[in-house]
Design a protein around this ligand. Structure first.
Ligand code: SAM
Length: 292
């Protein structure tokens, strides 16, 4: 492949680089979008200089973000709210479940949806699914209106960008209060919570915000080579959801299986310490700092 070297600044004084062929670039009203191809990882999406998804390892992220909460929940999931997720990978995994009757996806940026549909269709689920209602708009606004209308979802998946730019509202306390109101009694919320190795305050911060509104909060992990290490996911629920860390089916995907489900909740000692030592100053952790 002939292209040029692009690098993502993922920590302090540290980048990782890809030789990319540029397929598409656009400054949308919300962010800068790049769609590229790389010999190792296939096609991928970059928003505001941060890799969001690549064909090579997206299955790990999307399977772990969907099957862990769906199969860890004691009661069947029938309704799902997805916030973000323009690439459609979360939608694809959610659509595997026939029991799911309603899917609402709220994505802020129409241009990213269009770009992904054109250049990354291999990743995406079926946007024509009659169970799907696609809303173009701000997830925080949607959840506020849904809470006011007493709407409830069994699973809420926060597949948004990191706490920068348009995603910052999704880290504020009012958003979390509205999320808890929109969650059914037996339901669960799951959120991508960044890489502790390069953004050590994000996962403990998300846990804190969830614990302000819901009693059961758990962290699990998955390896994401194109993000630069292990990503954290945080779940939040009420007692009625049961123990999310326990798989209730023997479903196996390409990455996910029941053993992986259980093992993902075993956290390294330094992650446990990050959680214990976290001091909440109320500030959204937008900085990226390496831990060591
Ligand atoms: N897997 C990803 C990652 O690594 O962060 C996330 C993928 S997905 C492309 C993230 C999406 O979140 C983007 O398309 C972005 O437009 C959307 N987003 C950001 N802020 C949002 C908001 N306030 N409401 C709804 N969607 C939002």
């Amino acid at each position: 492949m002939t292209g040029y070297w692009w690098s993502e600044r993922i920590g302090s004084g540290y980048t990782h680089g890809y030789e990319i062929e540029l397929l598409f670039e656009q400054r949308t009203p919300f962010q800068n979008m790049v769609i590229f191809e790389n010999a190792q990882w296939g096609k991928g999406l970059i928003l505001d200089g941060i890799v969001q998804v690549t064909q090579g390892d997206e299955f790990i992220y999307h399977e772990m973000m969907v099957h862990v909460p769906v199969l860890g929940c004691e009661n069947p999931i029938r309704s799902v709210l997805i916030i973000g997720g323009a690439d459609g990978g979360i939608l694809r995994e959610v659509q595997r479940y026939r029991q799911i009757e309603r899917i609402v996806q709220v994505e802020l940026d129409r241009d990213v949806l269009v770009g992904c549909r054109k250049y990354l269709p291999e990743i995406s689920g079926n946007w024509k699914d009659p169970r799907l209602e696609l809303v173009i708009g701000d997830g925080a606004e949607y959840v506020k209106r849904a809470a006011e209308a007493s709407e409830r979802f069994d699973l809420i998946i926060l597949d948004s960008t990191d706490p920068i730019g348009p995603a910052i509202v999704l880290f504020e306390p009012p958003f979390h209060r509205n999320l808890a109101s929109c969650l059914s009694k037996t339901g669960v919320i799951v959120r991508q919570s960044g890489l502790p190795v390069t953004m050590p305050r994000v996962m403990p911060f998300i846990r804190r915000r969830f614990l302000d509104v819901l009693p059961e909060v758990k962290t699990y992990l998955a390896p994401m080579p194109t993000y630069g290490g292990e990503i954290a996911f945080v779940t939040a629920s009420r007692k009625e959801a049961g123990d999310i860390s326990e798989p209730r089916s023997d479903y196996a995907g390409r990455y996910y299986n029941p053993e992986i489900h259980r093992a993902a909740f075993c956290l390294p000692t330094w992650w446990q310490k990050l959680i214990e030592d976290f001091r909440d100053d109320g500030q959204v952790p937008i900085e990226t700092k390496t831990y060591f």
